[in-house]
Design a protein around this ligand. Structure first.
Ligand code: 13P
Length: 252
């Protein structure tokens, strides 16, 4: 059984009130009233309220890019899952490689963030992926399995509720995409690990991320274990994003 595809845009630290307005309106204008795939945008926290209003009564889902592992309290600068929930956030990215790399996020912290999201009824999009040095050293499987194992360890009872995103670090923002075969291979490894961790028959969605664009999306999304995309740069251009959505819609 295959899943309905999910295309999630990760705007990263981009946007402005004016630019968001234009981008979201253009995406909404190009989306079918009932798209054949699920479409989301993960926006910077200050813009959640704006995008929530723009997307009201549309099929576009709202996502955030990070969440605190804590429920509430003296954690200056952090945003809790229940706060995100108040803005109708359905997805939150956790463990993006940029957070692991620049903010020292560990596997254990990522697992706790996933737990906080799940507790608030938000689907965590858990990112895993190897660096170029790790790939060159033949350590890709070991690295992604270790990253996912930490999340399974803490969230095993509801692991079927998560989304996983395989994002090879060397493919992010570089224009170097993993080949469909390279991506499929890692997705199959992650699929096997998830299957072993849950008795639940529901299939966990595994997205690919890393220089996905209008030209390469169809061949990636055609792979049996690629259930969608986590799209960075191309999500900031409505035409490119809509073409990726169209490619995903044709797969169903
Ligand atoms: P790019 O699509 O810009 O390579 O970014 C991918 C990504 O990091 C999505 O989370």
């Amino acid at each position: 059984m295959t899943n309905r595809k999910l295309i999630a845009g990760n705007w990263k630290m981009n946007g402005s009130v004016g630019a968001n307005d234009l981008l979201v309106r253009a995406v909404l204008a190009g989306l079918a009233p009932a798209p054949a795939c699920t479409v989301a945008v993960c926006v910077p926290a200050p813009y959640l309220a704006q995008v929530q209003m723009l997307r009201a009564n549309s099929p576009l889902e709202l996502g955030a890019q990070d969440v605190s592992p804590h429920e509430k309290g003296a954690f200056t600068g952090e945003v809790s899952a229940s706060m995100l929930r108040e803005f109708a956030v359905r997805y939150v990215i956790v463990g993006h490689s940029e957070r692991r790399q620049y903010h020292g996020e560990t596997d254990a912290l990522v697992a706790d963030k996933a737990r906080a999201a799940l507790a608030a009824g938000i689907t965590p999009i858990v990112c895993v992926g190897e660096t170029l040095a790790e790939r060159d050293a033949g350590r890709t499987e070991e690295v992604v399995k270790r990253q996912l194992a930490a999340v399974i360890h803490v969230n095993g009872h509801c692991i079927s509720e998560i989304v996983v995103a395989y994002e090879p670090v060397w493919a992010i923002g570089t224009g170097k995409t993993a080949s469909p075969e390279q991506a499929q291979h890692v997705h199959a490894v992650l699929r096997a690990q998830l299957r072993a961790a849950t008795a639940h028959p529901q299939r966990v969605s595994i997205l690919y991320g890393g220089s996905m664009n209008a030209a390469n999306a169809a061949s990636l999304l055609a792979q049996p274990d690629i259930d969608g995309g986590l799209v960075g740069g191309a999500a900031l251009k409505e035409e490119d994003f809509l073409q990726i959505v169209a490619a995903a819609s044709r797969c169903d």
